[in-house]
Design a protein around this ligand. Structure first.
Ligand code: SF4
Ligand code: SF4
Length: 135
């Protein structure tokens, strides 16, 4: 999720967000795995791939190894931080339209959940993304 976030929108430019479970982010991105996540997920076997820098979830037929048709993410409660915070990106610097409570919040324009759901929930999602970033 941290690769080439080229098209980021400041959060004040959108009305709402809700995941529509399209699965696009589970195929479009390489998902980085922290050391703690590696320890937690290694029980699933051959699910990682090594890159020059760091470890990522392996892909199978273009989708994350944990994604299944009609079921979606099969490790939802255990999914990496990168998946939990997507499509929100929490930065320490940014523009005024992205400012929230000491951080700068952007959203990946590629996510199909933009402007979906309840506008009153947007701040809750942003707070959740900050919480994940700080965890
Ligand atoms: S791309 Fe967005 S809407 Fe689609 S599954 Fe990922 S987070 Fe949900
Ligand atoms: S771990 Fe789950 S949410 Fe994350 S990319 Fe894989 S299938 Fe998608």
């Amino acid at each position: 999720m941290y690769l080439s976030p080229l098209n980021l929108i400041p959060w004040k430019k959108i009305e709402s967000w809700a995941c529509v479970h399209c699965g696009k982010c589970c195929s479009s991105y390489d998902i980085p795995v922290t050391f703690e996540e590696e320890e937690r997920l290694k029980k699933y076997g051959n699910v990682f791939k090594k890159a020059k820098i760091g470890l990522y979830l392996r892909k199978k037929k273009g989708k994350c190894v944990f994604w299944r048709k009609n079921r979606g993410c099969t490790i939802y409660a255990e999914r990496p931080k990168a998946c939990r915070s997507y499509p929100f990106y929490v930065r320490k610097e940014g523009e005024e339209d992205a400012y929230f409570d000491g951080f700068f919040i952007y959203i990946d324009a590629e996510c199909r959940g933009i402007n979906k759901g309840d506008p009153n929930s947007l701040l809750q999602w942003i707070k959740y993304a900050i919480e994940i970033k700080n965890s």
